[in-house]
Ligand binder design. Sequence first.
Ligand SMILES: Cc1ncc(COP(=O)(O)O)c(C=O)c1O
Length: 458
Amino acid sequence: MKTISLGPTYQEMLNPQLLPDAIRRQAALARKNELDPANLFNISWCASDHSIRHVLLPKELTAIEANIIVLVGREFPSGSHKVGPAYATLMEGELAGEIRRGESTIIGPSTGNFGIGTAYIAKLMGYPAVVILPEQMSAERYERIKKYGGRLDLTPGSESDVILVLERTEEYKNDPHNKVLAQFELLPNYRFHRYVTGGSALLAARGRGNGRIAAFVSAPGSAGTLAAGDELKAAFPDCLICALEPRECSTLFNNGRGAHRIEGIGDKMVTLIHNVLTTDYVMLIHDDDCVIGLELLEHQQSFSERMLNLRPRALNYLLGIFGISGICNILGAIRFARHLGLGPQDNVVTIATDGIDRYPSVLQDLNRRKGPITETRLRDWFEQIYGTAGQADLLDLRPQEQKRRLFEYKQATWTRFGYSRAYLDRMQSQAFWDAEYEQISSIDEELTHSRHLAFGRA
Ligand SMILES: Cc1ncc(COP(=O)(O)O)c(C=O)c1O
């Protein structure tokens, strides 16, 4: 029998005010107990005061005139916005009758946050879960997954060895009870971020500068988040989308591959759900700049304030909201805005996927790797990372030959995993992505109907 799906629609995730009053009240109470299933209705960028959770970076730090707006993902249930695509994929699987409570085991291939989101969502929705991830990710990730009752299956290597995770995932597919929330392949990830994250970014920019968005900057892992850019381009056709990669693993930049330290991004592939048609630029960011950049904002705050001639605790509001990829994103946003020469009316949007809670072990490791952190060293670091001297390593991906290179890379990966040339060819047209996006209204209708079966009209 088909499982009745209980959770928010895409529209309600973008705008939780559309939820029935009773559910909104339950969801507000559930914040006190993270394992209360009513937290499904807290999957949103929207805070309880109906604002979109975001910060504006201080101009003293960015040293540019444009507004850098950062959406803050840490307050999502489970501690990162990756819970959104995990929920959307499970919810769509239930609606399609493919995932059934009491029969299915949920499999989450991941480098961490999607796995945490998968274990969490499976727990709330009543499924056993196995999370497949590389063995060298931050210790905090494994602890969270175990806390949510997920079973861990570790593959060799680190962030950039995701291909081994995908190969292990194939083995699970041999058992029809195993249902894979395949973030790199399945389009609920695209739908969630284009509609919910993209729509939230539009709201966050409203009333700021000229109210438009000049650029969207995001470092892809699955490239789900990057899909928000498609929504921004639909609203503002001249909005530029810039993907970021670790300099140590420059796959979109020049087919490069290598190990790096920015957990969650730089997975040595062009993912299936990456709409490369709309990615205009790719920029490289040195991985340790992100780790050190986090140390400078998080543990060396008063030093950074002195460097910027700010009053004590002026940077306090940034404490805790960045992980390593969040620093990568803000460095990319600042450097891209500088490259474009944007002015005070221009807005650039980027994302902080998760917060500091997942990285104490990584910052301890930095201290161990670099030895004593002296004042001179801090000054050098600050100038190198947040200073204005450095040139951005930027590649324009708009020329046809670049698109062709990326399609070829995508094809080489995904035909190996059984996708047909015909399907991959359809992805070379924007109509493919728009048609996937347009499914949202019928999915929402079906989900609302499913909830009515369970609750009546409440
Ligand atoms: C910390 C972190 N940052 C960035 C990303 C990249 O997001 P996406 O998979 O939507 O491209 C991830 C993905 O897992 C992540 O965990």
